[in-house]
Design a protein around this ligand. Structure first.
Ligand SMILES: [Mn+2]
Length: 361
């Protein structure tokens, strides 16, 4: 009990650049002054759940009426005109901005996706929005879970473990998260994986259930020992291991001289490519790691290049380029990106990657 108390009660101290601290203060101040009910839309990965659940708890502790909605970004709707909204870990695309503008609602925005040029101005103007996001090189050190924790950490003294787990989620630079979560709780990686389970088993546990679990949990074990979690987590770990233990077996491209792999995962578990690409990206740090999974007529890919600086690579640009060629969708950071395209373009994708890497050494 004493150990639990010590671990769960520790305030995770984050040192942040002045600019981010100031934006965090302004973001918090704006939400503190908000009189309306606050509906939080948050992403459904570990970062999203860590950010959304902690933000919901912090705002409740400030006496606000809050509704937490973990959601696929295609399903963001501004259906309550009397509410204010938060987009957490959800980059507001043009269609989302248009819907918010149409509904005339106020939207707060906390996120870490590198925006297009002028994007923040568009969001600020059209959403009348208070924004919390990193800038410049800080894009690669902060994720949404970290930003929410930074803004509200005096209210989240018993929930730093969830912040740390969220920081272990989609984080471009694992360094900061790694230091923090080891100090806070050795189970943070497992919690981060569990928070993502609804993405992998949508028929067995919903995003909503996972959000409520993250919000109500008082201790890491409340999540790890939840009755629904055990067998799902085992199935998830076994499936990841099947691909990670012998990646070559699943490779469409495996080139040791150019240090590039493109894998195609055949799996019944949705989005299994994400944890596989993270694990392989960490393990093969000087490789380009592209992990793809066919799903419902589309090919869904994660692109990773841990040493993008040394090799002068930008995975986000790669993803955008092939998306434009194939009628798909793609984008992201230099170090990590996502790409989805119609399955009939698989062969041309492999050809394109080979062409793209011809001059790499
Ligand atoms: Mn994120």
């Amino acid at each position: 009990m004493a150990i639990h108390h010590r671990i769960a009660g520790k305030i995770l101290e984050i040192s942040a650049p002045k600019g981010i601290k100031e934006r965090a203060r302004a973001f918090r101040h704006a939400l503190e002054s908000e009189k309306r009910k606050i509906i939080i839309y948050t992403d459904t990965d570990a970062d999203g759940h860590g950010a959304g659940a902690n933000l919901a708890v912090a705002l409740e502790r400030l006496g606000k009426e809050v509704e937490l909605r973990p959601v696929d970004r295609d399903n963001v709707e501004f259906d309550d005109p009397s509410a204010a909204y938060v987009l957490s870990d959800i980059a507001p695309r043009k269609d989302i901005i248009a819907r918010a503008k149409n509904a005339g609602v106020r939207v707060y925005y906390v996120d870490h996706h590198p925006p297009d040029e002028g994007w923040s101005d568009i969001v600020a103007e059209h959403l009348n929005s208070k924004i919390l996001e990193p800038e410049g090189k800080d894009w690669y050190h902060w994720n949404t879970s970290a930003l929410v924790y930074l803004a509200f950490r005096d209210l989240l003294h018993d929930r730093s473990w969830l912040a740390a787990a969220g920081m272990h989620g989609d984080h471009a630079d694992k360094g900061l998260a790694h230091k923090l979560f080891i100090r806070v709780h050795s189970k943070a990686r497992a919690i981060a994986e569990v928070l993502g389970l609804a993405e992998h088993f949508p028929n067995e546990i919903t995003d909503h259930e996972m959000g409520e679990l993250a919000k109500s949990a008082r201790h890491p074990d409340d999540i790890l020992h939840h009755p629904k979690i055990g067998s799902l987590y085992r199935r998830f770990k076994e499936e990841v291991e099947r691909f990670v233990s012998d990646p070559k077996k699943h490779a469409a491209i495996w080139d040791e001289s150019k240090k590039i792999m493109v894998l195609r995962l055949e799996s019944s578990i949705r989005k299994i490519k994400s944890p596989v690409s993270s694990t392989l990206g960490d393990k093969y740090r000087d490789w380009i790691v592209i992990v793809c999974q066919p799903w419902e007529g589309k090919i869904d890919c994660s692109l990773r290049a841990a040493n993008w600086k040394e090799r002068n690579l930008h995975m986000g640009e790669w993803a955008r380029e092939f998306a434009a060629m194939s009628g798909g969708r793609g984008g992201g950071h230099p170090v990590a990106a996502g790409l989805k395209f119609p399955e009939e373009h698989w062969n041309s994708f492999i050809k394109w990657v080979k062409e793209k890497t011809k001059n790499l050494s």
